[in-house]
Design a protein around this ligand. Structure first.
Ligand code: NAG
Ligand code: NAG
Ligand code: NAG
Ligand code: NAG
Ligand code: NAG
Ligand code: NAG
Length: 489
């Protein structure tokens, strides 16, 4: 089966990583002697290799570690500024001073800043009341974004990659995209269903290959005023934007109706990943960052797969792992026959047990939640015993609605997709079930600012932790107890 290929690749990668980790620990335990012998051996082998290849006239074989041979500096001096941004649904009020600028304003800023190009990776487009068959005054922000995008498309190259709707003639593609194409935007459908049996679920923007947005918000008016969303904008950061462009270019390439190349041509390769992150200043604070991507089949050489980044962020935590995701399932959500998929679940239990890490999971509950989510969450939440120092807790977040808000289809939900630990911040675009890491296209920004001095501005990680704690402690979140059988939404 086609889907098994990327899945197995992830598993192999994760296992390799674990083996590497345990090997590293072994060296540590056995002292330096073993490591030195290994180094000597390596040097000897390299010398031998050099002498051997010199003496031959055959064409050079491909470098064994293309990642290391990319002539890219890992250090970037762009004056990058990062802003955590949120959409808070109408009517939600927090008793907290933690507040972020809006995603709406961030999008207008990006449109305003763009001088030479705008690239948007998107799932679907419903920015107006007309698209959702509603008459909501709060659709005005989405409608304004669409109007501004139309203006921009008349002035400079605007490229939009979106998920190809299943079984639909181009005439039935989103009206927003037809409008933008009429203004001059270049629009390409990516047929993820045919390519990997998934969807293009990624949500990011790149302006002038310099400023970026990445986060949970879809190109949907509800994502600005009726759905709770979280993302990050990074301004004046060419090195990061150029790396995100490589992910965009992969979608753009596939949008021509191409098969997935294997391997991807080297122009899609990256030098920045979990092992060798990009070093850059974020608001003047020394940071290391990388972008991960899913599914593995869309990862060119050097790119960390999104599942690998989720697992490693958990692995690196020493005190806590806070997770806010819309849905959490240790299963493949959309595959038949049903399949259990325990990669993330196992890692959570493992770090809670082996490292005594405190795990908090804030999961959304709404009309479209799958009932099977609750018993699996309850199982995680039962890993709780002060004597054994096991501490996993789960809460459900419910966005309340007035009778008229309840009529808005697929709205009034916490759509967040992030994780924050005592070390790192992870801001993603995927629901947390197997499909999103195995066959659906998504991406994430991983930020490490552990070197920040405490006197500097708050870090993104600290800001994200404050957002999590605000939501966790709010009246909208309820502990998942043993007797939970569904909430009124
Ligand atoms: C309004 O929605 C209908 C049905 O979705 C669509 O056919 C039409 O093109 C839309 N009109 C505009 C102006 O977007
Ligand atoms: C980017 O940097 C330029 C030049 O330093 C500055 O004028 C501009 O305000 C910055 N843009 C943003 C969005 O921070
Ligand atoms: C974070 O970055 C520092 C270097 O700036 C590095 O020493 C540390 O290992 C990184 N932490 C994680 C969890 O990746
Ligand atoms: C993400 O999960 C929600 C809740 O199950 C679902 O409504 C939504 O369609 C999912 N996204 C995709 C792309 O399937
Ligand atoms: C970085 O700077 C921007 C603009 O100056 C500010 O809005 C933002 O909150 C800062 N981010 C952090 C993490 O301090
Ligand atoms: C805010 O505080 C008031 C008064 O203490 C309380 O009634 C309300 O439920 C709180 N709201 C939230 C969202 O926590």
């Amino acid at each position: 089966m086609k889907t098994d290929v990327p899945y197995e690749r992830v598993v192999v990668d994760v296992q390799r990583k674990r083996e590497e980790n345990s090997r590293a620990q072994m060296y540590y335990r056995c002292g330096l002697a073993l490591a030195s012998i290994a180094t000597l051996l390596l040097v000897a082998l390299t010398l031998q290799n050099l002498l051997f290849t010199r003496g031959r006239s055959s064409p050079p074989s491909p470098a064994p570690h293309p990642r290391l041979s990319l002539p890219i500096s890992r250090t970037c001096s762009d004056p990058c500024r990062v802003v955590l941004v949120e959409s808070i649904p109408e009517g939600l009020v927090f008793n907290s001073s933690t507040a972020s600028p809006s995603i709406y304003q961030a999008w207008l800023n990006l449109i305003g800043e763009a001088r030479s190009s705008l690239d948007v990776a998107s799932f679907y487009w419903t920015l107006t009341n007309n698209d959702t068959g509603t008459h909501e005054p709060t659709a005005d922000k989405g409608e304004e974004v669409l109007r501004r995008l139309g203006e921009l498309a008349g002035k400079l190259p605007v490229r939009i990659a979106f998920n190809k709707p299943h079984n639909k003639h181009p005439d039935e593609w989103p009206a927003n995209l037809k409008l933008l194409a009429n203004h001059g935007a270049d629009v390409r459908p990516v047929d993820m269903l045919a390519l990997t049996t998934g969807v293009l679920h990624t949500k990011f923007w790149i302006a002038d290959k310099k400023h970026i947005f990445i986060g949970s918000a879809n190109m949907d008016w509800r994502s600005l005023t009726q759905v709770k969303e979280l993302g990050a904008v990074v301004y004046n950061c060419s090195c990061l934007a150029e790396d995100l462009s490589k992910i965009f270019e992969a979608y753009w390439f596939l949008g021509q109706g191409q098969e997935i190349p294997s391997p991807w041509p080297s122009t899609f390769s990256t030098a920045y990943n979990e092992d060798t992150p990009l070093q850059l200043p974020l608001n003047g604070t020394k940071s290391s960052v990388y972008l991960s991507s899913s599914p593995p089949a869309l990862c060119a050489e050097g790119r960390t797969a999104d599942l690998q980044s989720v697992l490693s962020v958990m692995e690196d935590a020493r005190e806590f792992v806070y997770i806010a995701v819309m849905n959490y399932l240790p299963t493949m959500e959309f595959s038949f026959p049903k399949r259990y998929w325990g990669e993330i679940d196992t890692q959570l239990r493992r770090v809670a047990f082996e490292r005594r890490v405190k795990v908090r999971m804030l999961i959304s509950h709404w009309a479209s939640s799958q009932p099977v989510m609750i018993p699996f969450l309850r199982s995680l939440a039962s890993v709780q015993d002060p004597k054994s120092k096991l501490d996993i807790q789960v809460r459900l977040f419910v966005v309340p609605s007035t009778p008229s808000q309840r009529k808005i289809p697929f709205a009034r939900v916490n759509h967040n997709k992030y994780m924050v630990t005592d070390k790192l911040a992870y801001i993603g675009t995927s629901n947390w079930s197997g499909d999103y890491f195995v066959n659906t296209a998504g991406s994430a920004l991983v930020v490490n600012q552990t070197d920040a001095s405490p006197t500097q501005e708050p870090t993104v990680r600290a800001q994200l932790q404050a957002v999590f704690e605000r939501d966790w402690n709010s009246a909208y979140s309820t502990p998942l107890n043993h007797n939970f059988n569904g909430l009124e939404t």
